[in-house]
Design a protein around this ligand. Sequence first.
Ligand SMILES: C[S@@+](CC[C@H](N)C(=O)[O-])C[C@H]1O[C@@H](n2cnc3c(N)ncnc32)[C@H](O)[C@@H]1O
Length: 281
Amino acid sequence: MNQQPKNLKEALKNKLSKKDFKFAPKAYDSFGNIAIIEIPKELEKQKKIICDTLLEIQPRFETICSIESNHEGKFRIQKVKIISGKKQKIALYKESGCSLEIPLGEVFFSPRLSNERLRIAKEIKENEIVGAWFSGVGPYPIVFAKNSKMKQAIAIELNPKGHEYAIKNAKLNKINDEKIIFIKGDVKKQFKKFPKHFHRIAMPLPHTGYQFLKEAFYCIKPKGIIHFYEIIEKGNFDLPLKQIKETANEQNRKIKIIRKAVVRQFSPTKEQIVFDIQLTN
Ligand SMILES: C[S@@+](CC[C@H](N)C(=O)[O-])C[C@H]1O[C@@H](n2cnc3c(N)ncnc32)[C@H](O)[C@@H]1O
């Protein structure tokens, strides 16, 4: 009897040599109709076999792309290459009742933060004004619009492609024009328009987000909440905590950390974390 393989690794068992099989990947990221997979350098020549196999065992995917770089530059873009299936790079992805079009290789997007987006959406109270900074193709403000009773989100994104798709995605989800205001621009320049304006700000810009903490303290209302993300060596919450406390002090704002948690594994030694910072003045 022909049994379906449990996962990609198992499906590759009879297709790779014993030596190569040791490096066979198990995991991949699903972007709806497109999957992207990191192929270890030891299996460079087996890329096609691996991607064809994934397409075979997961017919919901039309296209399989390989990851060709880390997330790089100020737009945090990851290069991807089509290896198997249809020649397309626009992913049609769904999460929390929202549909998103994502031009892979031109914008940042991670499906691994979907739980985090929904968690925040559920915490948003009626009539809140939310800062969705570093908004990319719009997943944070769009998930908030569909899953909360917020009054409005202000979404700010520097990458023109991200901004273009965020507007497209809001339309795709039939979100009222006043519900999300999309601004193409730099948070460093835009923040001045919003003194003590937001009940809540989401700051999904790990690595350099701490450089925008001053702006977040300027824009958050008394008693507001900032969701601040960072990448740390596993368990080492101290450095971002120090940056948060120092910046709050400099800005004469009093804070309480109401949550610190790991949101996803980033590498074998690093993890992405979130601090929920509640203002007490
Ligand atoms: C880690 S990505 C998050 C994107 C999106 N929120 C998501 O979760 O898919 C960070 C985003 O911030 C944008 N960005 C970087 N620096 C910025 C700045 N100074 N002002 C506005 N956006 C910026 C990048 O282009 C990128 O799209």
